[in-house]
Ligand binder design. Structure first.
Ligand SMILES: [Zn+2]
Length: 250
């Protein structure tokens, strides 16, 4: 009986390894027929590369804000405006370079995998920062449901997912919602933008479950949208600690 069981488990083991080999065989075949292209330079990716090639990765300029003992450019962005516990960005946004292609692909090319990929990179960095060691929830900057529907997904949510999965932290997409369809921000002054987002976000009582939340967004420019989200959250939960994490700072 024992021998029979041992033989059976050996056979099953073989079956398992055969089917695994078969999977990688099909994976390789699919790659040969439909090779994945780098989201930045469009060159064909090697078998070991995912979404972005190693050359484009080497061209990204990382902020290294996680190594700074002093407040960084993103912390200073909120000075005199809003009490942010800690802020962090992974990359410097550079026009015409890899970082622009990464952000464009994340935002418009329906590519949540790239968000999750960079989310994991961010997680790796903030896990070394003591200011982020007590996070209760990650809150992606909400898109208007209509925009999310048209685009297929929320790029900030993809980033938050990557961070959350790596650090085992909840991603909360229901406590803060975008109530108004904000018009495009790019041609407005800082005050107009701030005024525009004032009535845009609504926070639910479920936010009271947290002591420290981290707002996640793809890119930070003036910080007015994130400031407005933070203000909306403080109206419901005045004592909550709010931090900010973005993929890039421009
Ligand atoms: Zn590339």
């Amino acid at each position: 009986m024992l021998i029979a069981q041992a033989t059976l488990s050996k056979v099953m083991g073989n079956v398992k390894s055969v089917s695994l080999n078969r999977f990688s065989f099909w994976g390789d075949l699919v790659h040969l027929v439909f090779p994945e292209a780098c989201i930045s330079c469009s060159k064909e990716l090697a078998f070991s590369e995912k979404s972005i090639c190693s050359i484009c990765i080497s061209e990204l300029s990382e902020t290294n804000f996680h190594l700074s003992k002093d407040p960084t450019a993103i912390d200073q962005l909120f000075w005199g405006r809003f009490d942010i516990h800690k802020a962090y960005s992974y990359l410097f946004f550079e026009k015409g370079k890899s970082s622009q292609h990464v952000l464009f692909s994340l935002k418009y090319k329906d590519n949540p995998a790239i968000g999750e990929y960079f989310g994991a990179k961010i997680a790796n960095r903030i896990s070394t920062m003591s200011e982020f060691n007590d996070i209760d929830a990650l809150i992606p900057a909400p898109l208007h449901p209509k925009k999310a529907f048209l685009r297929g997904y929320n790029q900030s949510e993809a980033l938050a997912k990557g961070i959350g999965e790596t650090l085992n932290i909840t991603v909360d997409i229901t406590s803060v919602i975008r109530a108004k369809h904000g018009s495009t921000q790019t041609k407005k002054s800082r005050f107009q933008r701030w005024d525009n987002v004032q009535s845009t976000f609504k926070t639910k009582k479920s936010i009271l479950n947290y002591n420290h939340i981290v707002l996640v967004d793809d890119v930070i420019t003036t910080g007015s949208t994130l400031e407005s989200i933070a203000q909306s959250i403080r109206l419901t939960h005045p004592k909550v600690k709010i931090s900010i994490v973005t993929l890039a700072i421009s």
